[in-house]
Write a protein that binds this ligand. Structure first.
Ligand SMILES: Nc1ncnc2c1ncn2[C@@H]1O[C@H](COP(=O)(O)OP(=O)(O)O)[C@@H](O)[C@H]1O
Ligand SMILES: CC(=O)N[C@@H](CCC(=O)OP(=O)(O)O)C(=O)O
Length: 249
């Protein structure tokens, strides 16, 4: 079976991805790996919300999303960043195709908890067929983390969570989170290897906060599924490897 690699690019880093990143994608393709890209766009959504005087609120790295905030998220993610990213990839000779959760009925979504989070969505199911057909035709799917539910309400999806859901549904071999820091940092240094218990401790002690929380939670969920390799890395692709608890004999 094809080895599938999911790469999630955070909004924090999307616009400053380096040639080495795109080169690595090409190498992975040459190695016969199938790539799926997922992207966020938190900073740009915040920028446009601020310009439109829409209040911005994050709780543990997840945006509380009003109806207007959801409209902004859809405009920015599916209307602007996704075409921009697809364009960059195509320019470099990678055959990319842009999708949001609606395209090819890719993501079935519903409200996470409307009274608490507003228009934040959760992924109910992933349409594997949409992705496998595109990949068989030689495309790299590039997925924006926004979708609509069955009655057409816009749902803002955290891109780290979407990356995990896609990785899990596609039985991916690895999931790589690319962000604006070289992995999980503690006392100013990269934690090279993290396990469930070390991550829990770093959250409890307030070392992991904000936007790193959805990432490590997605990583911990990956450890429960069959995904073998999970990394959180910076632009140069150096960072933290997340592994199951080490067994000491
Ligand atoms: N222990 C930690 N190590 C590294 N980054 C952390 C940590 N705790 C919080 N963060 C924050 O998480 C941010 C990355 O998350 P986020 O801004 O949501 O990025 P992205 O847009 O890539 O998803 C870092 O820039 C940093 O400010
Ligand atoms: C519900 C929720 O938090 N949605 C995110 C979607 C974008 C995202 O996840 O962007 P990053 O990858 O840059 O963090 C948001 O509104 O910021």
């Amino acid at each position: 079976m094809d080895q599938i690699v999911i790469i999630k690019c955070g909004g924090s880093v999307l616009k400053s991805l380096q040639p080495s990143f795109f080169q690595r994608l090409k190498e992975m393709e040459e190695e016969g790996k199938k790539i799926i890209l997922v992207h966020g766009g938190g900073p740009d959504i915040t920028k446009y919300m601020t310009a439109l005087s829409i209040p911005v609120q994050f709780i543990d790295g997840v945006r509380r999303t009003s109806g207007q905030a959801a409209e902004t998220a859809e405009m920015v993610l599916a209307g602007q960043l996704n075409p921009w990213f697809v364009y960059q990839l195509n320019q470099l000779g990678l055959k990319a195709i842009g999708l949001n959760g609606n395209d090819g009925a890719l993501l079935e979504c519903d409200y996470l908890k409307k009274e608490q989070w507003g228009h934040v969505g959760k992924v109910v199911s992933v349409n594997k067929g949409t992705l496998t057909q595109l990949m068989s035709a030689g495309f790299i799917p590039v997925i924006a983390s926004v979708s609509r539910n069955l009655i057409g309400d816009i749902l803002n999806l955290n891109a780290d969570t979407v990356a995990f859901e896609i990785a899990s549904a596609m039985e991916a071999e690895s999931l790589i989170f690319v962000t604006d820091v070289d992995g999980i940092l503690a006392e100013g240094k990269t934690v090279e290897k993290a396990t469930t218990s070390s991550i829990r401790k770093l959250i409890e002690t307030g070392i992991i906060t904000g936007g790193m929380i959805p990432k490590v939670e997605a990583a911990l969920n990956c450890l429960q599924s069959k995904i073998k390799e999970i990394q959180i890395v910076g632009k140069e692709l150096n960072g933290t490897l997340i592994v199951k608890e080490e067994v000491f004999s």
